[in-house]
Design a protein around this ligand. Structure first.
Ligand code: ZN
Length: 274
C-alpha cells in the first residue's frame, strides 16, 4: 500500500498527465489524522514528488516548511462538513471548465444513473465567487449533498473517502462534461426522469454517501430550483414567484398604492452605489 504522501504526489502528477491542469493550476489535499497533506503553491503538478508536499492544520496554518495554496479554504470547507471525506481535488479539466465558463450547465441534472450514486442529485455550477470567504460560503451548502461541484468561471472541486475515490469523481465529472458537449449537436443530453432520482439517491445514502434521499432531493431543489423572489410593484397572486416589497417586507395586497411603490423602487435603484 502506498503511503498517503505518495498517493497525493502521484495524483498531482496524474492531473497534469491527464491534461486537467496547466501552469501551477490545481491542488490536492488528503486528511492525515488531525492534519492535512497538501500540494504546495506555485508548482507545476508535473514536478511534484512526495518530498514537495506540505502539511497544514485544520485552520489552514502550515506545519513546518512550505507555502500553502490560496484555495485551501475550499478544501477545509469540505473537510469540516464531511468527516467521511479523506481527499479533496481541484483541477481545471477542459470540458468541465468549458461548462464552468459558459452559459448553462448541461450536466446539472444527471443523465446516467451512475452519476447520481457517485456524485449526488445534481452537479451544481456555483456562481463565480472571489477566492477566499465568498467562494467558501458559496460552496458550503453543497458539501453534504454532493461530491463534486463546478466552480463558476473556474474549474471543478471533487472529494471522496480516499485519494482514489476523489480522483474517480473528478474523472467522472469531466467524462460527463465531454458527453454533454458531444450531445450538444444532437439536441443535448436528456436528463433522467425525476422519478428515477430518489431510488438512486437511496442507494447512495445506503452506501453511506450524502444525505438521505428525500432530504437530498428537497435540499438540492431548494438550492437550485426555487424561484427567486423578485421586487414587484404589485403582488402576482397566480405566480409561484414570491413577491417582496421594496425594502424587503412582505407586500400585502393594498399595502401601498402602485405609484408610491414604483416611485420608491426607482429612487432606491438610482441611489444604489453601483
Ligand atoms: Zn483553480
Amino acid at each position: 500500500m502506498k503511503t498517503l504522501r505518495v498517493q497525493v504526489a502521484d495524483t498531482a502528477r496524474r492531473l497534469h498527465d491527464a491534461g486537467w491542469v496547466a501552469n501551477h493550476d490545481g491542488n490536492v489535499t488528503a486528511r492525515d489524522g488531525a492534519r492535512f497533506i497538501a500540494t504546495p503553491t506555485a508548482t507545476s503538478k508535473r514536478l511534484i514528488g512526495e518530498r514537495d508536499l506540505i502539511e497544514v492544520d485544520a485552520r489552514g496554518q502550515v506545519v513546518g516548511a512550505g507555502k500553502v495554496f490560496g484555495e485551501l479554504g475550499l478544501h477545509l470547507a469540505v473537510y469540516e462538513r464531511r468527516p467521511d471525506v479523506g481527499c479533496v481535488i481541484h483541477a481545471h479539466p477542459p470540458c468541465a471548465t468549458a461548462i464552468s465558463a459558459s452559459r448553462g450547465n448541461p450536466i446539472e441534472r444527471p443523465f446516467i444513473a451512475e452519476a447520481v450514486v457517485s456524485l449526488g442529485a445534481r452537479i451544481p455550477k456555483l456562481a463565480y465567487a472571489q477566492p477566499g470567504e465568498p467562494a467558501r460560503q458559496a460552496l458550503a451548502p453543497w458539501c453534504e449533498l454532493v461530491d463534486a461541484v463546478i466552480l463558476g468561471n473556474h474549474g471543478v472541486l471533487a472529494w471522496g473517502a480516499d485519494v482514489e475515490q476523489a480522483l474517480l469523481r473528478l474523472e467522472l465529472v469531466e467524462h460527463l462534461a465531454r458527453i454533454a458537449i458531444a450531445a450538444a449537436p444532437l439536441g443535448g443530453v436528456l436528463p433522467l426522469p425525476e422519478a428515477a432520482i430518489a431510488p438512486l439517491l437511496a442507494a447512495r445514502a445506503k452506501a453511506g454517501i450524502g444525505r438521505a434521499a428525500d432530504r437530498a432531493v428537497a435540499t438540492a431543489a431548494q438550492l437550485l430550483d426555487a424561484p427567486r423572489p423578485v421586487v414587484a410593484c404589485a403582488p402576482a397572486p397566480h405566480s409561484p414567484v414570491p413577491t417582496i416589497a421594496p425594502g424587503g417586507a412582505e407586500l400585502a395586497p393594498g399595502d401601498r398604492d402602485l405609484a408610491q411603490v414604483v416611485r420608491e423602487e426607482i429612487v432606491r435603484a438610482l441611489s444604489r452605489p453601483d
